[in-house]
Design a protein around this ligand. Structure first.
Ligand code: PLP
Length: 376
C-alpha cells in the first residue's frame, strides 16, 4: 500500500509533535481545574497558561478567551450569545455560522468570492432605520476557496452603524496573521485542529464590553460564560500548536509557491479548468479546482483510490458531498464539480508531483469517456 498524499489540511491538519507531547504530559494530571488541591491547581495552570498563549497569538486578552469544544461551538456562542440582535453574515460562511443562525440575513459576495461591502452598508443602513441592534459575522478566510475577506473594513463600517462584529478565523489562523486589534472585531473564533492541535477544542475571544449569554449552562467555568469541566488535555495541545504559529507563518511563502506551481501545471494540462477565487487574495495553501464535467464526489473517490486525500466542497458529517453554497454564491457554473486541495507546511514537492500525475490521469480518462459518449 502506497503512502497517502494528504492534501486536506483545511478539513483537519495532522497532530503536530509539540501538541502530542503537551497532551501526553497533561494526561498525567488527574485534577479538575476547579479543584483547590495541588492536582487541581496543576490542571488550572495548564489551562491558564494556554489561555495566555492563545490570547497572545490573536491579540486578545486572556481574561476574555473562552475555551469551547471547537470552532463550531465558538461560532454558536458568538452568534447566539448576544440578545435581541439582527444577524448579518456573509453568504459564504461555514455551516457552523449559517446553521447557528438560520434567521440571519445574507450579505452577498462578488464573483471572486469577496464580501460586497456596498451591500453590507445598505443592509446596515436599513437595520439602523428600523432601529435594530445588529451583529455582523464574516469569516477571515473561506474554507473552500481560501479567499480572504475584508474583515477590518467590514468592522469599520459596522462600527459606524453601532453594530457588533464577529469573525470566524478558524481557517485563517496559522496561515495569515490574525490579530483582533487589527481586525477591529468584537469576537473571534479559532479551532485547534486546523493548526496541528487536537480535534474537539477551540476558543472564542471577546473584546471588552461584550456580554454573552452562555449557551452551555452548568458550573461557573470560563467565568460563567461556558459551563463544563475544561478539556485540559485538548487545551494543552491547542496551546502547543498555537506556539508554532509564527514558525508556520514563515513557511507560507514556500507553501504558496508549491500551490501556485501545481495550479499552473494543471491549467496548462487542462484548459477547461476553473480555479475558484484565483484572482482574489487567498490563503497560501488552498486551491479550489473545478473540472466542469466531472462531479466532485467522483473526483474525490478517484483520488482516494490512488492514495490522495482531498475534499470536494464542504463535506458534511454523513461523508456525503453537497453542492457548494460558496461556489453557487460566486456564480461558478459547475459548483458540483469542485475539488478542494489544501496543503500543509509539510507538503513536499514530490507530493505535489504525485497529485498532478494522478489528477491528470483522472482528467484524461474523463475526457476520453466524454469523447466516446459523444461519438456513440
Ligand atoms: N469555521 C470554519 C471556517 C471551518 O472551516 C470549520 C471547520 O471546518 C469550522 C468553523 C468548524 O470548526 P470545528 O471543526 O472546530 O468545529
Amino acid at each position: 500500500m502506497h503512502k497517502t498524499v494528504y492534501l486536506d489540511y483545511n478539513a483537519s491538519a495532522p497532530l503536530s509533535l509539540p501538541a502530542r507531547e503537551a497532551m501526553l504530559a497533561a494526561m498525567d494530571v488527574a485534577g479538575n481545574p476547579s479543584s483547590v488541591h495541588g492536582q487541581g491547581r496543576a490542571a488550572r495552570k495548564i489551562v491558564d497558561q494556554a489561555r495566555r498563549g492563545i490570547a497572545d497569538a490573536i491579540g486578545g486578552d486572556p481574561e476574555r478567551v473562552i475555551f469551547t469544544s471547537g470552532g463550531t461551538e465558538a461560532n454558536n456562542l458568538a452568534l447566539n450569545g448576544l440578545e435581541n440582535v439582527t444577524v448579518l453574515t456573509s453568504a459564504i460562511e461555514h455551516p457552523a455560522v449559517i446553521e447557528a443562525r438560520p434567521d440571519a440575513r445574507r450579505i452577498p459576495v462578488n464573483a471572486d468570492g469577496v464580501l460586497d461591502l456596498g451591500a453590507l452598508e445598505d443592509m446596515l443602513r436599513q437595520c439602523a432605520d428600523a432601529g435594530e441592534k445588529v451583529l455582523v459575522s464574516v469569516m477571515l478566510a473561506n474554507n473552500e476557496t481560501g479567499v480572504i475577506q475584508p474583515v477590518a473594513q467590514m468592522a469599520l463600517l459596522a462600527r459606524e452603524y453601532g453594530a457588533k462584529t464577529h469573525c470566524d478565523a478558524v481557517q485563517a489562523l496559522g496561515r495569515v496573521p490574525v490579530d483582533m486589534g487589527r481586525l477591529l472585531v468584537d469576537m473571534i473564533s479559532v479551532s485547534a485542529h486546523k493548526i496541528g492541535g487536537p480535534k474537539g477544542v477551540g476558543a472564542l475571544a471577546i473584546a471588552p464590553g461584550v456580554m454573552l449569554v452562555p449557551q452551555i449552562r452548568g458550573g461557573g467555568q470560563e467565568k460563567y460564560r461556558r459551563g463544563g469541566t475544561e478539556n485540559v488535555i485538548g487545551i494543552a495541545g491547542f496551546a502547543a500548536a498555537v506556539a508554532q504559529i509564527d514558525h508556520n507563518l514563515g513557511l507560507m511563502p514556500g507553501v504558496a509557491a508549491r500551490r501556485d506551481r501545481m495550479e499552473d501545471e494543471l491549467a496548462t494540462l487542462a484548459p477547461e479548468l476553473v480555479i475558484a477565487g484565483k484572482t482574489a487574495e487567498r490563503l497560501a495553501n488552498t486551491s479550489c479546482l473545478i473540472l466542469p464535467d466531472l462531479p466532485g464526489e467522483t473526483q474525490v473517490m478517484t483520488m482516494d483510490l490512488d492514495g490522495i486525500a482531498v475534499s470536494s466542497g464542504s463535506a458534511c458529517s454523513s461523508g456525503k458531498v453537497r453542492e457548494s453554497h460558496v461556489l453557487k454564491e460566486m456564480g461558478v457554473l459547475a459548483p458540483g464539480s469542485a475539488l478542494r486541495v489544501s496543503l500543509g507546511t509539510e507538503t513536499s514537492d514530490d507530493e505535489i508531483d504525485t497529485f498532478i500525475r494522478v489528477w491528470s490521469r483522472m482528467r484524461g480518462n474523463a475526457v476520453r469517456k466524454k469523447i466516446a459518449r459523444t461519438a456513440a
